[in-house]
Ligand binder design. Structure first.
Ligand SMILES: Nc1ncnc2c1ncn2[C@@H]1O[C@H](COP(=O)(O)OP(=O)(O)OP(=O)(O)O)[C@@H](O)[C@H]1O
Length: 312
């Protein structure tokens, strides 16, 4: 297989706004043609990192190269969907699209397909001021996706969209990839993590893990689950803080128990039950979900220094 140069390379990037440090030391490579999903807690700096890739923010230190050159806001390489940045309230949806069509040299007629697919076609002649949050998002996504460039940076493209619309957005991503485009998406959605080629977790100003969804899920320690009433007892036997998920309480099994709890003997669970005082029948080891993965790398005991789970 031909080895292609990365589309973007982020090297040692620090970004602060006055006294406030947001990115501390970010290293990240975006490969040609991939769908990279950037995840991390609210306010960690995902939008700031996307802005550095788009060239609309300059790093305080370190470098960001896109297509082999320092990132600058270039209309011919990058389409950047920020949050709430494109919709024009004084216009209708259709007028907004035509505004960008006239403005941007690489704007294509693909907007027709996008608005149809996203279910916005019937609302194009309404004033944007009367749009719901989801309708605004669809309009902005249709505009950003209609620009024909090799790199798309989408900040929370599915925020405010109902679950039934998300597959249409994913179909749009796949079509872009099939056309050889590269996509970086900041998202909190497990559904979007699931279609990523790679996920990168941003926590504490750094990329703390990168890998395919399967590699990252496999990197999470066994997850111990119990009833909500056992939260404080669980704390005694898990690594980091227990966390609530859909009426249950979960925690990560510490390294010394990992083999025992994943083996056939059930010995590990007996031991954890005895140590915690939780009834053995109330403890279960479950398959990690994206919620567990997110917790592990962003709020939990996951590595706070950069690691890669990718096979070398
Ligand atoms: N232009 C700016 N001036 C000052 N502070 C800023 C600026 N842009 C971003 N910040 C700060 O940087 C931090 C990171 O913001 P950012 O929007 O990148 O987070 P995020 O990870 O995208 O969060 P979310 O998941 O909530 O969208 C926040 O504390 C924000 O207030």
């Amino acid at each position: 297989m031909a080895v292609t140069d990365p589309v973007a390379t982020v090297d040692g990037v620090r970004k602060s706004f006055g006294e406030e440090g947001v990115l501390e030391d970010v290293d990240l490579t975006v490969e040609d043609g991939e769908l990279l999903v950037l995840m991390g807690p609210n306010g960690v700096g995902k939008s700031v990192l996307l802005s550095c890739l788009a060239g609309s923010e300059r790093p305080s230190a370190g470098s960001v190269d896109v297509f082999g050159e320092p990132a600058t806001a270039r209309a011919d390489t990058t389409s950047f969907l920020l949050q709430d940045a494109l919709a024009l309230e004084k216009l209708t949806g259709r007028e907004t699209i035509h505004f960008y069509r006239r403005l941007h040299p690489a704007f294509t007629d693909d907007w027709r397909t996008h608005v149809e697919r996203l279910g916005l076609a019937g609302d194009l002649d309404k004033s944007v001021a009367d749009y719901s949050g989801g309708m605004v998002r669809k309009l902005e996504l249709a505009i950003a996706a209609s620009i024909d460039v090799p790199l798309y940076l989408f900040d929370e493209p599915t925020a405010a969209l109902d679950l039934s619309t998300i597959p249409a957005v994913h179909e749009l991503f796949r079509e872009k990839q099939a056309a050889g485009k590269t996509i970086v998406v900041a998202s909190h959605r497990p559904m979007t993590a699931d279609i990523a080629d790679r996920i990168a977790f941003l926590a504490d100003g750094r990329i703390v893990a990168t890998g395919t969804p399967d590699e990252l899920l496999a990197s999470v320690p066994p997850v111990l689950e119990t009833g909500a009433s056992n939260a404080s007892a669980l704390r005694a036997v898990v690594d980091g803080e227990p966390f609530a998920v859909a009426g249950t309480i979960r925690g990560f099994v510490p390294e010394q128990y990992e083999d025992a709890v994943t083996g056939d003997s059930g010995r590990g669970l007996d031991e954890l039950a005895a140590t915690s005082g939780i009834d053995r029948t109330m403890l279960a080891i479950i398959e990690p979900t994206y919620t567990d993965l997110f917790t592990y790398y962003t709020n939990g005991p996951g590595p706070s220094t950069p690691t890669s789970t990718e096979r070398q």
